[in-house]
Design a protein around this ligand. Structure first.
Ligand code: ATP
Ligand code: MG
Length: 362
């Protein structure tokens, strides 16, 4: 095959090829510059690494590929590896898959590392969509029994009131009982409508998935209605403090989904403790909204905290958790140009969801 034809195949593959050599004779194929947003005279290890998001840098530097190209030493027996990281390109977060293999000299030290980059953002987006749906359904499944129970309460009250009404004699009606029944029926029907509305809100049936200027307090109220029965069952006290006026540009169902996941995690974590409470506190600083979800737990140990946002990491039994809750929460926060983090400095277990008041234009 001619060199020209090979070059054309490489160009159309969408892959960017790179080759780092210990003697600094580096090579980047044209696609690398596009994927990383580098200029043509920037083909160095430092420029390559500088494009990696700081949150993903440690993982890359610790990998066999990262150790080889940075220190020219082997990290272990691994000579072939795939690592993923994010880079920022024109204000967008891109997911990049980096695969490579290490070639060693006679002393077993890396001599050359050859590999390719692939922009896997679209595949990641599809994967996140699938996970989002899965998580929503799993959360709903978890809460179905609580929701059914919650609807059953006002339903049985309704049945009782209608039985009372049937007993009222039309010729000499007990007006006081009549009024009590009518009021009770109206109140309890409203309660059922409220629960149904919240479930519809959560599953997306009642609201669009577009960005909306939403009242944060309204989102918290909807979230609370969905979770309250679960908390009542486990005797967990709940409190939220949020100014009526706070609004933010967001996909309200997704924000509610994050909060439901965090609350469900808290409920499960403290369900066997003596002290059981969850508090949500909202503050606004410099157009950034901070939603703190704190529970009565005494924090999470380092080894769990380090891995808990990784997909499918769970400390729960198979039937109790899939380990995607926090992964989804993090993805939703990032899609809203915000972040979700665990605050290890807090005395009680605290997760913070940070969101900008308004979303950037692109
Ligand atoms: N509030 C909390 N207190 C203590 N540990 C927590 C808390 N929130 C999360 N964790 C830990 O983080 C792990 C991962 O949480 P995540 O929500 O991602 O998955 P999960 O709750 O295990 O399963 P899923 O949410 O998919 O049903 C949990 O298994 C638990 O060990
Ligand atoms: Mg969870």
């Amino acid at each position: 095959m001619s060199a020209g034809r090979l070059e054309s195949i490489v160009a159309h593959s969408g892959l960017g090829f790179w080759n780092f050599k210990r003697d600094h004779d580096h090579y980047f194929s044209p696609q690398i510059f596009t994927i990383l947003g580098l200029e043509s005279d920037e083909a160095t290890v430092e420029n390559f690494v500088s494009k990696i998001f700081k949150e993903d840098l440690e993982n890359f530097q610790d990998s066999a590929l990262g150790t080889s190209i940075n220190k020219w030493t082997l990290r272990g027996p691994t000579l072939q590896e795939t690592v993923e990281f994010r880079v920022g390109l024109a204000g967008q977060v891109r997911h990049v898959r980096c695969s490579g293999s290490i070639d060693c000299d006679g002393d077993g030290a890396p001599l050359s590392v050859l590999g390719y980059l692939e922009d896997v953002s679209s595949a990641k987006e599809r994967e996140t969509q699938d996970l989002l749906h899965l998580s929503k359904m799993a959360t709903l499944g978890e809460m179905t029994s609580a929701i059914v129970h919650e609807i059953n309460n006002p339903l049985s009250v309704l049945t009782n009131y209608s039985l009372f009404l049937q007993k009222i004699s039309p010729s000499s009606p007990d007006l006081e009982l009549y009024n009590r029944c009518v009021e009770g029926i109206s109140k309890n029907s409203k309660r059922i409508a409220e629960i149904v509305h919240s479930v519809k809100f959560f599953t997306g049936g009642g609201s669009s998935q577009y960005l909306e200027i939403s009242s944060l307090k309204a989102i918290l109220k909807e979230t609370f209605i969905i979770c309250q029965e679960n908390m009542k069952w486990k005797s967990v006290a709940f409190e939220f403090i949020c100014d009526e006026e706070i609004t933010l540009e967001c996909k309200p169902i997704q924000i509610s989904q994050v909060l439901i996941n965090l609350i469900c995690n808290s409920v499960m974590a403290i369900s066997h403790s003596d002290e059981k409470w969850i508090k949500i506190n909202v503050s606004v600083d410099n157009d950034v909204i901070k939603i703190g979800v704190m529970d009565s737990g005494k924090g999470i140990c380092d080894s769990i905290a380090k891995s808990m946002t990784k997909p499918y990491f769970t400390t729960k039994k198979r039937e109790d958790g899939t380990g995607i809750g926090l992964t989804i929460c993090k993805a939703i926060a990032e899609r809203h140009h915000g972040r979700l983090y665990y605050d290890a400095t807090s005395k009680n277990t605290l997760f913070v969801l940070e969101l900008p008041v308004r979303q950037p234009l692109n």
